[in-house]
Design a protein around this ligand. Structure first.
Ligand code: 7PJ
Length: 280
């Protein structure tokens, strides 16, 4: 129920909102507007004021077809932002990275959570994660970002594939010395999944509760939202995204990753008010 994040605690009895801070020049939904340090800090402060418990900083775009960047470029983009936020805001800092060097440097710079869409499969990432003491988010992905949306296929029902892959990732982490209580799981909406896969997964999301680990979901402004609402522009997908976030939380998710913090926090306040009157 309480996740230890470095020197801080995160209460997962109630849903918590993770605001997305992209420091990439090509992230699809905010188009690199926050690539400069001042802008990044301003956006982080705004999300904090709106009620984000966590700010998720990403320097490498994982959108389909995005260019890979060097570790040096990623460090240059991400670490100054981590340091600046750690100094100024009383918020948890998550770093969206797959690189061993960034994991280590982010931890030293004041990060509280590591969010790796590749689940520590890049060279050195597993050992890097074992050498620090922060929670790690492991995500399901089918394929690699470059090609994952080229006709994704599953042999098993999708939630079973997701559960199997996450179970294997968790076991691999435990074998490497990463304590189970440091792990967070994420089904990876949109990562090697077509619209039908994504909605089947959302419908059966409670299947992931069998791992008994904190569940994070990110559907914010994704294509699956547009495909249900007909909204092609990312900024017009807020209501659809918030609706999906509410479904996730009712099916067990406790961390919601979003671009739209104010709207998502309000929805989560209604969910929390409801949970508070429960018996558990
Ligand atoms: C996710 C993420 C997600 C986690 C991105 C986007 C694409 N990390 N990073 N879960 N998505 N843990 O925001 O549309 O779903 S990047």
């Amino acid at each position: 129920m309480i996740l230890r994040c470095g020197n801080r605690n995160l209460n997962l009895k109630y849903p918590q909102v993770m605001g997305i801070l992209n420091v990439t020049p090509d992230s699809f939904s905010d188009g690199g507007r926050f690539s400069d340090l001042g802008q990044a800090l301003y956006h982080a402060e705004q999300m904090f004021t709106q009620g984000a418990a966590i700010i998720d900083i990403g320097g490498e775009s994982t959108r389909p077809g995005a260019k890979t960047i060097s570790v040096e470029q990623e460090l240059d983009r991400v670490i100054p932002v981590v340091e600046a936020i750690a100094r100024r805001l009383d918020v948890l800092i998550s770093v969206d990275t797959s690189s061993a060097q960034v994991i280590i440097s982010a931890s030293k710079a004041g990060a509280h959570i590591i969010n790796d869409v590749r689940s520590l499969t890049r060279e050195g990432a597993l050992a890097a994660a074992a050498s620090i003491e922060l929670p790690i988010c492991l995500m399901h992905m089918n394929g690699e970002p470059q090609s994952m949306q080229d006709n994704p296929q599953y042999l098993l029902p999708i939630e079973q594939d997701v559960l199997q892959q996450l179970t294997a990732s968790v076991a691999r982490c435990e074998q490497a010395g990463i304590e189970r209580q440091r792990l967070i799981i994420d089904p990876g909406f949109g990562f090697g999944k077509n619209d039908q896969h994504n909605y089947q997964l959302l419908n059966r999301l409670e299947a992931l509760q069998s791992l008994k680990l904190p569940l994070l979901t990110g559907l914010s402004r994704k294509r699956m939202i547009g495909s249900a609402t007909g909204q092609s522009g990312a900024a017009n997908r807020v209501i659809g995204s918030v609706s999906a976030a509410v479904i996730c939380v009712l099916k067990g998710a406790r961390i919601i990753r979003t671009h739209d913090v104010k709207e998502t926090v309000e929805a989560m306040q209604v969910v929390s008010a409801t949970f508070r009157e429960g018996n558990d």
